[in-house]
Design a protein around this ligand. Structure first.
Ligand code: ATP
Ligand code: MG
Length: 653
């Protein structure tokens, strides 16, 4: 469903709270307001300067080639090696002893990997892939748990110019098979299993099954890391243990310089709105922007900070903010294998206390889950090392934002709400922690060098105080180059809705100050009695009620109003579904947003359908609310969630 031409997205929510940057952080910030001025004066020169933060074998003289839009080339005459930039150069600069990874296994085992060790491991793994016949340009599928080998494997591929396609360890054999086939991979790197929720969870059987499917025949080898030690079926000649092949390799490997536009990886989108798209990212521009954004948005000080991004490497956040962005800056990071509630609901806070994490980057879904569990859990741990918090993946409800700041950040740490997508490769819209006075729930400003705005159906920029579609109006270094193997879908999905502007698929509004608020997917916008209402705003109103931890709303077809709002809520820890609560919640939304936004139906549920990356899949809830057969559920974390929700619904009228 689109947005009708003469109605803009409703602009209902009022959020008045403001948080200025802490003086100390602002005084020492990596990036100041000066950056906006520089970028505004000369955007391309600004990015050329950021590219010089990297080490190039051949420095680029060209910045952007936009002669064949929307196919961009950035720094096209430059050459560099990504793995060299992420590892070797830090060792050469004398930081070999610095910790690159504090690995924390779910069972409590751990391993510290220094930059010098990481360099040796990446070189050995690169040599191993070469022994397996992998050449520059060959695709390698990676299906691993969150263990150091995941990072090592990605960097080894980058080092030899073999684009990787990382697939979530939680995906099924089917999802894995389609991704292997689509990318036409030659080698799969996996593990016997990983630890999830207190027990070993096998991975190799899914690979074995995937490789029986059509389209996967060209996979020659499966390289298997031993993580859990569980029984593992073996195909002689095809399967190899990592510990047999990799440790015997030389730790010497001369990195080859690749063209800035050499493909770095293919990654499939989360599939929140439909069939996943194989997003192609290349080398120089991608590394420039992921590296710059870690420096600017997270204000990373590599000598003193400990950075922890809780995403899985199977998601773009893991690619850009565990592997390429932080490592290219020489960061010390935490890498955690397991779930936040194993063996107890304070595990994350215990990890922060243990490693003195100073920058935490996580998703609203995790914050809302912690709200549901209650603030007394983080209160038991020493979180005083934290100085900056980040959020990504969905709009963060103002109430969740304030909770995050208060109970995790001791009412002291800035929060950066970062908007971006698999397609954008790196953060695009976000506050700068030493500059921006933040507003709970708003991503606020395009970063220096990024051109984003909100437009209406006719493509006109909306005035402050109005809503419409989020678009990017200039190419950016880490932009996707195409959809792998489907140029037409690339053009149709992103570049056909508005001329010369990238259509992000998200609704947004500009407030009276011109700051950007994300309002949810355009596909999810509700049309009630002729008014466009954003899912995000109704959800945020529900979450602002003290008894609600999480909410998902959808518009369901309604004979009188066109669509009627149906809401699904998860209650906070101590709250119960007592008499009158549903009525109270409906009245609360009407009070917060106006009677037009009052949900027709509210259902209290235990869980919501989410993608593996933690995003709510509203289209499935819409299917339920409209009594339809469920659409594609392959990227869903847990398919039993939908059965539970369906069983709570009254029978169709
Ligand atoms: P698909 O494109 O297959 O439906 P997806 O869009 O969920 O999947 P991702 O690339 O992981 O795949 O997610 C990007 C989307 O996540 C954005 O388009 C936006 O809807 C949402 N998002 C990410 N960060 C934010 C944020 N800070 N605020 C609001 N929304 C966000
Ligand atoms: Mg998307």
């Amino acid at each position: 469903m689109g947005v009708s031409s003469n109605e803009s997205l409703a602009n209902l929510l009022k959020e008045e709270r403001r948080f200025a940057p802490p003086a100390e952080l602002a005084a020492a910030a990596n990036v100041t307001a000066e950056a906006y001025k520089k970028a505004a004066a000369d955007r391309l020169e600004f990015w050329a300067t950021q590219a010089r933060r990297l080490t190039w074998d051949i420095a680029p003289t060209e910045t952007l080639d936009w002669s064949n839009p929307p196919f961009a080339k950035w720094f096209a005459d430059g050459k560099l090696n990504v793995a060299y930039n992420c590892v070797d150069r830090h060792v050469e600069a004398g930081h070999g002893d610095r910790v690159a990874l504090h690995f924390e296994g779910e069972p409590g085992d751990g391993r510290t990997v220094s930059y010098a060790e990481l360099k040796d491991e990446v070189c050995r793994a690169a040599n191993a892939l070469i022994e397996l016949g992998v050449k520059a340009g060959d695709r390698v599928a990676i299906y691993l748990p969150m263990i150091p080998e995941a990072v090592i494997a990605m960097l080894a591929c980058a080092r030899i110019g073999a684009p990787h396609s990382v697939v979530f360890g939680g995906f099924s054999a089917d999802a894995l098979a389609t991704r292997i086939a689509d990318a036409d991979a030659r080698v799969v790197i996996t593990a016997d299993g990983g630890y999830r929720r207190g027990k070993p969870s096998a991975l190799k059987p899914a690979v074995d099954e995937a490789l029986t499917r059509p389209g996967t025949e060209k996979v020659r080898n499966v390289l298997v890391v031993r993580r859990t030690g569980q029984e593992t079926a073996w195909t002689e000649g095809r399967d190899l243990w990592w510990h047999d092949l990799v440790p015997r390799q030389s730790e010497q490997h001369t990195p080859q310089a690749f063209d800035a536009e050499h493909p770095l990886f293919i990654l499939y989108t989360s599939g929140t709105t439909g069939k996943p798209k194989g997003i192609l990212h290349t080398t120089g521009g991608y590394l420039t922007q992921t590296s710059y954004t870690v420096h600017a948005v997270f204000d990373l000080k590599p000598e003193t900070d400990v950075f922890w991004c809780t995403a899985d490497v199977g998601w773009v956040t893991g690619h850009s903010y565990i592997v390429y962005g932080p490592l290219s800056n020489g960061a010390t990071q935490v890498l955690y294998e397991g779930t936040p509630d194993t063996p107890h609901q304070g595990r994350w806070w215990e990890i922060i206390q243990k490693y003195r994490v100073s920058i935490l980057y996580t998703a609203p879904t995790a914050i809302r889950t912690c709200m549901k569990w209650g603030e007394d859990i983080p209160a038991k741990f020493d979180l005083s090392s934290l100085r900056l918090l980040g959020s990504v993946g969905e709009p963060i409800n103002p109430e969740a934002w304030v909770w995050y700041r208060k109970y995790i950040g001791a009412d002291r740490t800035p929060i950066v709400d970062t908007w971006w997508q698999t397609e954008t490769g790196a953060i695009m819209i976000s506050p700068l922690p030493g500059v921006t006075t933040t507003k709970p729930g708003s991503a606020q400003h395009p970063l220096p060098g990024v051109a984003a705005t909100v437009i209406d159906d006719e493509g006109n920029e909306v005035p402050n105080g109005s809503g419409g579609y989020l678009v990017l109006t200039e190419p950016w270094p880490s932009m996707l180059r195409t959809i792998w193997g489907d140029e037409q879908r690339y053009l149709d999905t992103y570049w056909s809705r508005f001329e010369n502007r990238y259509f992000a698929g998200d609704g947004a509004k500009k407030d009276e100050d011109g700051d950007i608020w994300l309002l949810g997917r355009v596909d999810d916008v509700m049309l009630v009695s002729g008014h466009n209402i954003s899912t995000t705003e109704v959800e945020s109103a529900l979450v602002s009620h003290p008894k609600v931890a999480e909410a998902a709303v959808v518009g369901a077809a309604d004979p009188t109003t066109g669509q009627a709002i149906a809401a699904f809520v998860i209650l906070r820890g101590s709250a119960t579904e007592e008499e009158g609560l549903i009525e109270e919640l409906r009245a609360h939304v009407a009070r917060e947003l106006g009677p037009i936004a009052k949900p027709k139906r509210i259902l209290a549920v235990a869980e919501l359908p989410k993608t593996r990356s933690g995003k709510i899949m509203r289209r499935l809830l819409r299917d339920v609310a409209e009594n339809r057969q469920l659409g594609d559920v392959t990227t869903l974390t847990d398919s039993t969630v939908m059965e539970l929700i369906q069983s709570k619904l009254p029978a169709a009228p």
